[in-house]
Design a protein around this ligand. Structure first.
Ligand code: HEM
Length: 484
């Protein structure tokens, strides 16, 4: 059940990762070989299986079993000496860390989170108005791929450090962060796609030798230095009345080194870096925008919904999260966008219990007492969002499928799309924050501006390295006459 090469070597994984289209290769083999057993399991390496069945994904992440993460996660270590929540393989230590951190991600309990998202959206709007409004006399295209990344970077630095670093205000890749991380992502993905190479790269002496350092002048290292400086200042201060993630982590008793490591890992998880492998939020913003503005029917219906809400004074400016949740077509566009282009396609291997276990009717043997010999069960994120519960036209962006579905069907579809954020013990802590960003950003931009893709024959450059590296998404923006 799987490509022959994968049964005795990691070369299959390595080759798939090198193409920059690993998500497609994984989905293809799941559809080719997955029918051979009830769990849709397909071999991708000597000890590694994946499946595109959402039930299997949920089974492997269930909280009731104290399962270890696979070695794949170890390559997400940022600080060579301190594990962060992603790289911590031990479920007991992970749970302890998660308990200290989770409060900082709750939207209702932390109203400042919403304000920080609003602040960055205002900077996004302001940047477009200052520099990127086209007229019939003046063409001023914007690389919406790059600017979406500036948006995610500003939101997360505002949440982590209390104020945004100012990517949008400066309209600049500060510290060459985006350029550097885009350049190293293919290399890191190659390493993490091979469990043995991933293990080698996670060793402290290797990370020290080739990993980023606070002494660096560009890239991840600069943010490492900033995180250290910021957390250091907060540790030294007697009174801490700041409203940010660092404050909450410190109040919950996390050590200084642990907070530094987490702050950096959260950044990694959100914006195109090599570790948790991410760019997730910016990919969600870009891809949903692209699918909306290049589908005239969808675009017109969404703008009509926005205009209707404005006319009937049912949304504020900026829109609140609750108001956006009450817009069915907007919600359908977001769900359909996350489905058709899941922003994170990492395999997220979890270990099968040592004694072996039955996964959705299929017995999977465990390994010996040595970690590296356990069977790993991973996740085919792209294939999972193309299952039969979505109908026969799964490659088409059609938000209407969410409106047409009856209550039971909609529940199944929502559960499957939710897996883009993981599930159970390791479910994404930032999910509510991302949802709020998505709920606001499309409404705030589309109520003010009209957008069109400059070159529909080549809308963007997009490569997959567990997360997507996407740029050159040139868009023409004009002011909407009817904005209210
Ligand atoms: C569209 C954007 C995002 C997607 C698709 C996404 C997806 C994921 C996935 C798939 C996981 C791993 C699940 C597993 O290991 O089984 C994860 C974990 C995590 N994410 Fe996100 N994420 C996004 C944005 C964010 C943001 C904005 C934050 C922070 C504000 C964040 C914080 C975290 C944290 C802390 C974890 C670790 C949870 C744990 O291991 O207990 N994520 N995310």
């Amino acid at each position: 059940m799987g490509p022959r090469l994968a049964s005795f070597s990691e070369l299959w994984l390595f080759k798939a990762a090198a193409t920059g289209e690993m998500h497609i290769h994984l989905a293809d083999i799941c559809s080719k070989y997955g029918g051979s057993n009830s769990a849709g399991l397909v071999r991708v390496g000597p000890n590694e299986l994946i499946s595109s069945d959402p039930d299997v994904g949920r089974h492997m992440s269930a909280t009731k079993v104290k399962r270890r993460k696979g070695q794949w996660y170890a390559s997400m270590k940022v600080d060579p000496y301190v594990d962060n929540i992603f790289s911590q393989l031990d479920p007991v230590k992970h749970d302890k860390l998660r308990a200290c951190m989770s409060q900082a991600f709750l939207m209702k309990e932390n109203p400042h989170l919403s304000l920080k998202i609003d602040g960055s959206i205002a900077s996004f709007v302001n940047l477009i108005q200052r520099k990127y409004l086209s007229t019939s006399e003046n063409a001023r295209p914007i690389d919406l791929g790059l600017v979406s990344q500036y948006f995610s970077l500003d939101v997360i630095t505002a949440i982590a450090f209390g104020a945004p670093l100012g990517y949008l205000d400066n309209d600049q890749d500060l510290f060459g962060y985006v350029k550097t991380t885009d350049a190293i992502l293919p290399f890191v993905t190659l390493c993490s796609s091979s469990p043995s190479l991933g293990w080698f790269m996670s060793q402290a002496w290797v990370t020290n030798l080739v990993g980023p350092s606070p002494q660096d002048k560009t890239g991840q290292g600069v943010l490492m230095a900033l995180a250290q400086k910021y957390v250091g200042e907060r540790y030294g201060s007697d009174s801490d009345d700041k409203q940010d993630m660092v404050s909450l982590f410190l109040r919950n008793g996390m050590s200084r080194r642990q907070v530094e490591s987490e702050i950096l890992a959260q950044m990694s998880s959100m914006f195109c870096t090599s570790f948790a492998g991410s760019d997730t939020t910016s990919t969600a913003v870009r891809s949903i925008f692209l699918f909306i503005i290049s589908n005239p029917r969808v675009y017109a219906l969404l703008q009509a919904e926005i205009d209707d809400r404005i006319r009937n004074k049912r949304i504020s400016s900026p829109i609140t999260d609750d108001e956006a949740r009450d817009m069915p077509y907007l919600q359908a566009c977001i769900q359909e966008g996350l489905r058709i282009w899941p922003p994170f396609t990492g395999m997220m291997f979890k270990q099968v219990n040592p004694g072996g276990e039955v996964i959705k009717g299929t017995f999977v043997p465990g390994g010996t007492a040595v970690d590296a010999n356990f069977e790993y069960k991973g996740h085919c994120g792209w294939g999972m969002q193309r299952g039969p519960e979505f109908g026969n036209d799964v490659e088409v962006f059609r938000p209407e499928r969410w409106i047409e579905a009856n209550q039971d069907q909609r529940k199944i579809m929502d559960r499957t799309v939710d897996i883009v954020f993981g599930s159970g013990r390791w479910a994404c802590l930032g999910k509510a924050i991302v949802r709020a960003e998505l709920n606001k950003v499309f409404v705030e931009l589309l109520r003010r501006f009209d957008m069109s893709v400059v070159d529909p024959s080549k809308p963007w450059d997009s490569k997959n390295y567990t997360v997507f590296v996407q740029n050159k998404m040139w868009v023409r923006i004009t002011e909407r006459k009817s904005f209210g």
